[in-house]
Write a protein that binds this ligand. Structure first.
Ligand code: ZN
Length: 349
């Protein structure tokens, strides 16, 4: 993922919005305005951003008796390894097809839908396939969790395998499916439902640019899905939408992506606090473009959970160095448990 791919250039900018605009750059900019606009070290920015977000964070929600979520991080890590082992997985290539089958094999018995179409790009036409796994709930409304499973066409032939960028997001959703499947109540006589909102998991395709990140060369799958969901009325039912991206980095620091809905970003932080994971969240902040944008721009409460500081100065991002040895099961656990706890908090709203 990337969203904008990114070099995470953390520049302290006064500015409002640097968006990620080119192929390798998701720009994250710190919003503190007391410093000159120079490339700053991540560390100094982290401190500032942490202070900023701490003051904005709401008080932790009242404790409830529900047990805190706990994903099987070893299993999620193994999924990441298996996904990565397919090699480069750009839209429509043979490895991508194998991965589609791999994902679907893990969703047998679930309520699965496809959003498949052909994308017309600057590099030609590509088949795109978003995979949606629906877990109906007892409450009226939908929580959507997304993660992309494609890798970059423009990195083909370089040895790029996208362990973190594409691999970790595919895997954490597979583990979420396991958790949601296990939490359903009901019996064979009645539809099994989760106690709360419906949760839809979406493995998104074509998140990456085929050539250079622009508004039209990126987010192929989610731009199509957002349009479809706008037409069929689904968008109005979505209570919250969260994107998981690059969350396997062993040195996990989730950026507060200011291209997002404040109350949802705060709720994620609250969930992290409840798990004791808050030190991995929001030390950095800035606007990043990712799969949530087509929905966020249509008014859906949205947040992008992303670590765009992958290696010092994001050096591993979109390089053949994005490999399994940079990841850890603990990071999948931290990000995964936090998002499942966020779902729990959303269910109570
Ligand atoms: Zn990427």
């Amino acid at each position: 993922m990337k969203a904008c791919t990114i070099l995470v250039l953390l520049t302290v900018v006064m500015a409002s919005s640097l968006a990620c605009s080119h192929e390798t750059s998701a720009h994250a900019s710190a919003t503190t305005n007391s410093e000159p606009a120079v490339p700053a070290s991540a560390k100094s920015e982290m401190t500032d951003a942490t202070e900023a977000s701490a003051s904005a964070a709401p008080a932790p929600a009242a404790a409830d008796s529900a047990p805190l979520p706990h994903i099987d991080a070893k299993r999620a890590f193994e999924y990441t390894r298996e996904v990565t082992a397919f090699g480069e997985r750009y839209m429509g290539n043979e490895n991508h097809k194998k991965l589609e089958r791999y994902i679907l094999d893990h969703l047998k018995g679930d309520q699965v839908e496809d959003d498949a179409f052909t994308a017309d790009t600057v590099e030609g036409k590509f088949p795109v396939r978003n995979i949606i796994d629906k877990f109906p709930g007892t409450k009226d409304g939908i929580i959507v969790i997304m993660g992309h499973y494609d890798t970059n066409y423009w990195l083909r032939g370089t040895g790029y395998v996208g362990a973190n960028d594409g691999g970790s997001s595919t895997a954490i959703l597979l583990e979420f499916a396991n958790q949601l499947r296990g939490a359903r109540t009901g019996d064979s006589a009645s539809p099994k439902k989760r106690d709360g909102y419906s949760v839809w998991l979406v493995w998104t395709d074509g998140e990456e640019a085929v050539k250079t990140w622009t508004e039209t060369d990126s987010l192929y799958g989610t731009r199509h899905l957002a349009e479809k969901w706008e037409k069929d009325g689904t968008l109005k039912k979505i209570k919250a939408l969260m994107v998981m991206d690059m969350i396997g980095d062993a040195d996990l620091d989730i950026i507060r992506n200011t291209n997002g809905t404040s109350w949802l970003l705060d709720l994620i932080y609250t969930a992290a606090e409840r798990m004791g994971y808050q030190s991995h969240f929001y030390a950095l902040q800035g606007p990043i473009e990712d799969d949530h944008l087509p929905f966020y721009n249509r008014g859906v409460p949205s947040a992008d959970v992303i670590d765009l500081d992958y290696g010092y100065h994001n050096v591993f991002h979109h390089t053949p160095q994005d490999t399994m040895d940079k990841l850890s099961p603990k990071s999948l656990e931290i990000s995964g448990d936090t998002i499942l706890e966020t779902v729990h908090l959303l269910d109570q709203r």
